[in-house]
Design a protein around this ligand. Structure first.
Ligand SMILES: NC(=O)c1ccc[n+]([C@@H]2O[C@H](COP(=O)([O-])OP(=O)(O)OC[C@H]3O[C@@H](n4cnc5c(N)ncnc54)[C@H](OP(=O)(O)O)[C@@H]3O)[C@@H](O)[C@H]2O)c1
Length: 271
């Protein structure tokens, strides 16, 4: 008998990358895991039941929560992982493109959370782990809207945790740095490009591509998610991997001017 057997978990965006590795790690740890993605997957993650659900669709979100409940009678853990990137100058995206990004990365999280919270509150038990990013902590030139979704997610999660603690429901954030998944290929290009940003945007794309190729494995991020999901006394934040831990410490300790200079150098912007 495993410490977590009998517990039910939902992981959004479990078809690939971090979500897939997380769903498999939770299943291995004893959870009964339901993974979601927009498209049905042929090679399901090991030990995971996959359901189709677009996190931007209210009805689809309610439907999968009801399916999981009818099959298991409980939801102990929600991992809000589904997310998408957007690369380009902040001025280069239409409002509708930015709204669509927020609909996945922030409102998708809120939709799922609102669907499971009543059950967790009534049972007096539950954990929600939100996959943020180091870009929820630091600026991200040429990914400003993506960074805005993750900064918003950080503020939402930390605030919510104060509210739900009274019901023994805790919210934790996992903050990966560059991770070797399909994220970079799936990152959207800005829909209203301007010539003035062309070079800097191309450099930002190159930085992202190179850093992702040597980034952390999805499995190492999944280990941080497993810890956040099962820690007896959960922390608000779990930086995942060496780079994320370094960034999180440097952001707090390095003087703003020095941090600014180092970030511009890293992003190949004139210092
Ligand atoms: N990779 C990195 O470098 C990195 C770094 C920091 C944070 N993160 C965060 O980690 C999370 C997972 O990213 P990843 O790296 O694993 O990327 P990924 O390989 O592109 O996986 C994204 C997952 O989200 C799902 N998804 C996308 N849009 C969706 C929607 N509207 N509704 C439901 N599911 C949707 C995708 O499945 P379908 O396409 O089948 O729906 C897929 O399963 C994201 O929140 C991302 O922001 C990633």
């Amino acid at each position: 008998m495993n410490a977590h057997s009998g517990k039910t978990a939902i992981v959004t965006g479990a078809s690939t990358g971090i979500g897939r590795a997380t769903a498999e790690a939770l299943a291995k740890a004893g959870f009964r895991v339901f993974g979601t993605s927009r498209r049905a997957v042929e090679d399901e993650p090991r030990g995971v039941a996959m359901l189709t659900c677009d996190v931007t669709d209210d009805a689809a979100v309610l439907a999968i929560v009801s399916t999981v409940l009818s099959r298991t009678g409980r939801i102990d853990l929600l991992v809000n992982n589904a997310g998408i990137g957007l690369l380009g100058g902040a001025e280069e995206s239409s409002i509708s493109q930015i709204q669509a990004l927020f609909d996945v990365n922030l409102f998708g999280v809120i939709r799922l959370t609102n669907a499971v919270l009543p059950l967790m509150r009534q049972r007096g038990q539950g954990r929600i782990v939100n996959i943020s990013s180091v870009l929820g902590l630091i600026p991200a030139p040429y990914s400003a809207h993506y960074a805005a979704t993750k900064h918003a997610l950080e503020g939402y999660s930390e605030s919510l945790d104060h509210e739900t603690r009274a019901f023994n429901v805790r919210i934790a954030l996992v903050e990966p740095a560059y991770t070797r998944s399909a994220f970079e290929q799936n990152t959207l290009a800005a829909d209203s490009t301007l010539k003035d940003y062309e070079d800097a945007r191309a450099r930002a794309r190159a930085v992202m591509k190179e850093a992702t190729a040597i980034g952390d494995t999805p499995e190492s991020v999944a280990a941080a998610v497993l810890l956040a999901a099962t820690d007896e006394h959960p922390r608000r934040r779990y930086p995942a991997g060496k780079m994320a831990r370094q960034v999180s410490v440097l952001r707090r300790l390095v003087p703003a001017k020095a941090f600014d200079k180092s970030l511009r150098k890293q992003m190949r912007l004139p210092v």
